[in-house]
Design a protein around this ligand. Structure first.
Ligand SMILES: *Cc1c(COP(=O)(O)O)cnc(C)c1O
Length: 464
């Protein structure tokens, strides 16, 4: 398997390069030269198999000759062995044709752990073998940071730098990032929003001198290895529901990584129906599907902060697929986008996207109503991101845009967002015992303006 760039002007790369590189050298995102496929009878056999074994099998489709099958299986077992639920990604039925896929049983209580726990092991393996060091940088809207820090802090050859938008993540989210005192961990609270953090990360990669001097690498969902790891729970969920009509997935969406992983699973042969994009008031993707114009506005602060994003980086990958893998065309569109602030999707590409995706935007009021409603009907608390997904799934079903069996991804534990949950239900969700005492722990972080040079200086001080 070789990887190309969505902008068509980078040399073909292998998995190890893609794992450790961040962006492709031409500023595009890495994509496989063709989607691998898994035969239907093998997928059927995933039902009831240990999660880690399915993960190793699916990952092997993407890793080329980077790891032996035994090594992959060992790393997957290690990565998912620390999850608090024996099924790792348990599926709960909540209605006749309705399921919730719980993706919050990892060490930092959000779905980001699925990719990050595995990436930590993959990085360690590759860096040890090559005798290399890396500084991994991530912009976070709240959950990626904690997942990256807790996965990478044990790596001897990797440093980890996390930029979060100051005051725009919950206290629990921030404390889960800042509670680790280690020489290879650096938290920076940035005076700006998530899009500003993501733009700074892109600038730091573009500054070749700086990037080379600290051996910069990235683990935002622009990293293909993360998407590959996230395809796995689509496989285990669909296999568990065995056979029959295609299964729809509704996915709380920000940077378009998670729902795009569902699209990849579908290309790999999984029996997926429609993929529902559930957004909060930052509804750029919902508007894009409706109008064909991808036009970011300012980021709005909502009760589902991990989705307070306007520039959904992974959308470029979908556009690449929808425009016939024409890198030169994507490059031209992205140049227009950088200049005009709007990207116009050709009609045939938009039609192809709408064959796989539908969308719904959910307000904060609807989010609170759904948390309350779900609690009254099931006695279970859900987090605001999951509530966005549930509310969208119901709206999509009511309007006939999805039909039949539907799985909504539950992307975070309610205790990560206690303010919203309490506002909706009057109940305070309890943190799992592993996190007892979080609010008594010291916080380790720096502050910086939303300026790439200033942030480069802070990073150099610790990792230069
Ligand atoms: C990151 C995140 C999302 C959005 O996922 P994307 O891959 O960025 O679309 C949704 N919910 C939670 C809880 C998250 O942490």
């Amino acid at each position: 398997m070789k990887y190309l760039s969505t902008r068509g002007a980078a040399p073909a790369a292998d998995f190890e390069t893609v794992l450790t590189a961040g962006l492709a050298p031409d500023g595009g995102l890495h994509v496989p030269d063709a989607f691998p496929t898994i035969a239907a009878d093998e997928i059927a056999g995933f039902a009831g198999a240990p999660y880690a074994d399915v993960a190793a099998r699916v990952l092997a489709q993407f890793t080329g000759d980077a790891f032996s099958n035994e090594r992959l299986q060992e790393m997957a077992r290690d990565a998912y062995g620390g999850f608090a639920h024996a099924d790792v990604a348990p599926l709960t039925q909540v209605g006749d044709e309705d399921w919730i896929l719980e993706l919050f049983h990892g060490p930092t209580l959000a779905f980001k752990d699925f990719a990050m726990q595995l990436l930590g092991r993959l990085f360690d393996d590759v860096l040890e073998r090559r005798g290399r060091r890396l500084t991994v940088i991530a912009a976070t809207s709240g959950d990626t940071g904690a997942a990256a820090i807790h996965a990478l802090a044990p790596c001897r050859r990797a440093g980890v730098v996390v930029l979060h938008p100051e005051g725009r993540v919950t206290d629990v989210q921030r404390r889960m990032m800042t509670n680790i005192d280690a020489p290879n961990v650096l938290n920076i609270a940035v005076d700006g929003d998530f899009d500003a953090c993501q733009a700074i990360v892109k600038k730091l990669f573009a500054d070749r001198d700086f990037a080379d001097s600290v051996h910069l690498s990235g683990v935002n969902s622009i990293n293909w290895a993360r998407l590959a790891a996230q395809t796995v729970y689509y496989f285990t969920a669909a296999a568990a529901l065995d056979g029959g009509a295609p299964i729809n997935f509704v996915v709380p969406t920000g940077n378009f990584g998670d729902v795009y992983a569902g699209f990849v699973a579908k290309q790999m042969g999984l029996n997926v129906g429609m993929l529902g994009i559930a957004t909060n008031a930052n509804s750029i993707l919902h508007n894009t599907l409706a109008t064909g114009d991808y036009r970011p506005a300012g980021v709005r602060k909502t009760l589902s902060p991990s989705m307070d994003i306007q520039v959904a980086s992974n959308f470029e990958r979908l556009l690449y697929n929808a425009m016939g893998c024409d890198g030169a065309a994507i490059r031209a569109r992205m140049e227009d986008f950088a200049r005009d602030g709007v990207l116009n999707i050709p009609a045939d590409a938009l039609a192809s996207i709408k064959g796989d995706f539908c969308s719904e935007a959910v307000t904060d009021d609807m989010t609170l109503a759904e948390i309350r409603n779900h609690y009254e009907q099931t006695g279970e608390l859900i987090d605001p991101h999951t509530a966005v997904g549930r509310a969208a799934a119901q709206a999509l079903r009511a309007s006939g845009r999805i039909e039949g069996r539907t799985v909504t991804l539950s992307t975070a534990h309610p205790a990560k967002f206690p303010e919203a949950v309490k506002k909706a239900t009057g109940k305070e969700p309890a943190l799992p015992a592993a996190w007892a005492g979080l609010f008594d722990q010291h916080e380790y972080m720096e502050r910086a303006p939303a300026d790439a040079q200033a942030i480069a200086a802070v990073i150099r001080k610790q990792f230069g």
